[in-house]
Design a protein around this ligand. Structure first.
Ligand code: NAG
Ligand code: NAG
Ligand code: NAG
Ligand code: NAG
Ligand code: NAG
Ligand code: NAG
Length: 380
């Protein structure tokens, strides 16, 4: 399935020019945003601080249809529909700052025309949402469940073997055929292409044909798995783009902050929102590991303790000897995450020992080289 080198280079140039021309003029394609549903209620400032402890912010809806579709997908696929139980509302990242302006966390301006209007007007400067994302203001020190969101790399593609995706709705969908022998190249194209403000949300792959499907709706094909879009078709593989994921967590807020007003954000530092394509595209069809909030908030010391605990084997425990010959697969993302961390940790330690001995090794090697050389010259 490998293309010849010149061909791949041509493709890369074509690909880059498409990306630069399209990305420059239209909106940026989606990257992955993961959502954590916190079921332990907290005041707004406490909730905000808990999110920030693992690099997240309270959920923002500056582009309402996009967020609604992503969260709907996560609610069905990762939250076991637990969001539907939050009828009394959950905190969002919308607040009124001390100058009286509404804004989302992450320093995003509030645009009333893209968000559903408020249902009630209760005094308060922090905003809860109901399960349909209707917002209402509340006193910030009211304990509420909340949702944090975190930017987490690139989208991935769920493969459907012997399946072809077809979207009869040509007014909103559009497809584009490219020739490539590599599914990975096709995935890269789909991940980075926007056409007429429509993003690529899936692609069909067969032989050397890569057909991108563009649609208005965020996660259109991922949200409608039982629909007529999916048609059985031998030798075709349909790949559906998924740019979200998440966990439910019972993590308790660590800080106590019952102040009735939200903490202003420091918006003088402008964060660049450049689209990050510096990622590894390998295994684009594997669901990426999404770490649980519990492991994200751990300090390095706690992670090391946990690894040591997991590595510790009681020699007297007969079950461990029983299990010696069989390996139990642990596919929990947290376990995998900890596993990767453990590997990195071991490499760091043994790599460090190796580096410390490197000068000795180099000295020996130099001696050995001199020895060989002297032997060779004497041979001549
Ligand atoms: C949010 O998305 C779901 C699923 O796509 C849809 O059924 C629902 O109507 C949307 N909500 C609003 C307020 O548009
Ligand atoms: C409040 O928000 C407005 C715009 O949304 C901004 O100009 C102003 O500086 C903010 N005030 C503070 C104290 O952050
Ligand atoms: C608010 O959103 C609408 C619809 O996307 C857009 O036309 C408008 O320019 C936005 N307003 C501001 C102030 O960004
Ligand atoms: C690829 O697409 C072209 C044009 O759509 C078609 O003629 C050709 O048969 C396709 N090849 C494969 C292997 O599907
Ligand atoms: C906001 O960030 C800037 C730049 O890092 C810093 O100079 C300023 O002191 C910060 N302001 C507050 C109120 O933290
Ligand atoms: C032996 O292993 C089992 C399961 O792995 C564990 O529940 C138990 O506590 C262990 N016993 C001792 C004495 O460590």
């Amino acid at each position: 399935m490998q293309g010849s080198l010149p061909f791949r280079n041509t493709l890369l140039v074509a690909f880059l020019s498409i990306v630069t021309s399209l990305v420059a003029v239209t909106s940026l394609p989606s990257t992955r945003v993961v959502y954590y549903l916190h079921t332990s209620p907290a005041a707004w400032n406490e909730a905000s601080k808990t999110c920030s402890e693992y690099g997240a912010v309270l959920i923002t809806l500056p582009n309402f249809p996009t967020t609604n579709n992503s969260v709907t997908y996560v609610n069905v696929n990762s939250w076991n529909s637990q969001m539907n139980t939050l009828q009394n509302g959950f905190w969002t990242g919308l607040y009124r700052n001390s100058s009286g302006n509404l804004r989302w966390q992450k320093c995003t301006e509030y645009n009333a025309s893209v968000v559903p209007p408020e249902v009630t007007l209760t005094p308060g400067t922090c905003y809860v949402s109901d399960t349909s994302f209707r917002l209402s203001s509340q006193l910030c020190n009211t304990p509420r469940p909340y949702i944090c969101q975190r930017d987490d790399g690139q989208c991935w593609f769920q493969p459907y073997v012997d399946t072809m995706l077809e979207d009869p709705d040509t007014s909103t969908a559009h497809s584009d055929v490219t020739t490539t022998t590599d599914e990975g190249d096709c995935a890269k194209l789909c991940r980075s292409t926007v056409q007429q403000n429509r993003e690529c949300w899936a692609f069909n792959f067969r032989g050397d044909n890569c057909t991108l499907l563009f649609a208005d709706d965020n996660h259109k094909y991922a949200l409608h798995k039982q629909s007529s879009y999916y048609r059985p078709q031998q030798d075709h593989t349909a790949y559906v783009k998924i740019c979200t994921g998440g966990w439910v967590t019972t993590l308790k807020a660590t800080a106590t902050d019952l102040s009735p007003t939200p903490q202003d954000e420091n918006c003088t530092v402008t964060t660049s929102s450049d689209w990050d394509d510096a990622v590894c595209y390998c295994e684009c069809d594997q669901p990426p590991v999404i770490l649980e909030a519990e492991s994200l908030v751990m300090t390095i010391e706690e992670k090391v303790d946990k690894i040591v605990q997991e590595l510790h084997v009681d020699p007297d425990n007969t079950s461990s000897t029983r299990r010696k010959k069989e390996s139990a697969e642990d596919s929990r993302p947290s376990a995998q995450g900890i596993g990767y961390f453990g590997v990195a940790f071991l490499i760091a330690i043994f790599g460090g020992i190796f580096l410390m001995d490197l000068n000795i090794f180099v000295a020996h090697a130099a001696n050995f080289w001199r020895y060989i050389k002297s032997k060779n010259t004497s041979d001549c």
